[in-house]
Unconditional design. Structure first.
Length: 56
């Protein structure tokens, strides 16, 4: 019985670590998506107003 409890506790700790890693990855993806959306808006603005000076 003790072995089963230990396995459950070990599994619980693994799951907690996994969820923490997944949340961090999600935050990184959300940041990347926001950056790409900003870039898209910027490019759309450049296309709509081609007279503006383009700097890279």
């Amino acid at each position: 019985m003790y072995l089963g409890v230990f396995n459950l506790e070990q599994r619980l700790e693994q799951m907690k670590k996994l969820i923490k890693e997944k949340k961090r990855l999600k935050e990184m993806l959300d940041d990347d998506i926001k950056g790409i959306e900003r870039d898209i808006k910027s490019l759309e603005g450049m296309i709509e107003n081609p007279r503006k000076k383009v700097t890279v």
